[in-house]
Ligand binder design. Structure first.
Ligand SMILES: Nc1nc2c(ncn2[C@@H]2O[C@H](COP(=O)(O)OP(=O)(O)O)[C@@H](O)[C@H]2O)c(=O)[nH]1
Ligand SMILES: [Mg+2]
Length: 170
């Protein structure tokens, strides 16, 4: 009888974007994957080539949908928390990140091109909320700002690959 291990999908190499509605997640997702066009309102969980997952902001903003966020994140290795550089209110639900304590956490401050942007202020808010990992500052209007984030995501992918190889050939 099958033990269903063939149904377990290992996506430790993948990342998932989370954050409030309007933070710029889908715009960033499209830019990272070279998808053309304006971001439309994200109605559902969106996957790209098994490497990345974009989530509707409602998953983050509405506590009754946090279970959906937690389930969707279950198999990805890296969580990317996204917040706009002009959003000075970190609504990160207390405890939500602890559920993901074993995962790699990256934070991204988007829209740094806006005249109202204050990335230092937003980063300070994130630190108060316990985000200790790297914080990247990006703007889709300035494509070079995406490169350090791209490199960090690629490093995560390689690290996940190494772990699996190591497990297979101890
Ligand atoms: N100026 C500027 N606007 C941005 C940037 N990224 C996203 N936006 C805008 O922010 C709004 C919300 O973006 P969206 O990707 O739909 O946010 P989501 O709800 O987190 O997926 C849209 O009007 C985007 O055009 C950025 O880097 N700079
Ligand atoms: Mg979206």
């Amino acid at each position: 009888m099958s033990d269903h291990t063939d149904l377990i999908i290992d996506r430790a190499h993948a990342f998932m974007l989370i954050g409030p509605i309007g933070a710029g997640k889908t715009t960033l997702f499209n830019a990272l994957f070279g998808r053309p066009g304006e971001a439309r309102k994200t109605q559902a969980v969106e996957y790209e080539a098994d490497l990345g997952v974009d989530t509707p902001g409602e998953f983050f903003d509405h506590p009754r949908l946090h279970h959906a966020l937690i389930c969707t994140a279950a198999d990805v290795g890296t969580l990317v928390y996204v917040q706009g550089a002009d959003d000075f209110d970190c609504r990160m639900p207390p405890g939500l990140m602890e559920v993901y304590g074993h995962k790699r956490l990256i934070a991204v401050i988007t829209k740094i091109d806006l005249p109202t942007a204050d990335a230092d202020r937003v980063e300070a808010l994130l630190r108060v909320r316990g985000i200790a990992g790297p914080v990247f500052r990006v703007s889709v209007a300035q494509p070079s700002t995406l490169e350090p984030l791209r490199a960090a995501l690629a490093t995560g992918r390689r690290a996940a690959g190494r772990t699996r190889t190591h497990e297979a050939h101890p």
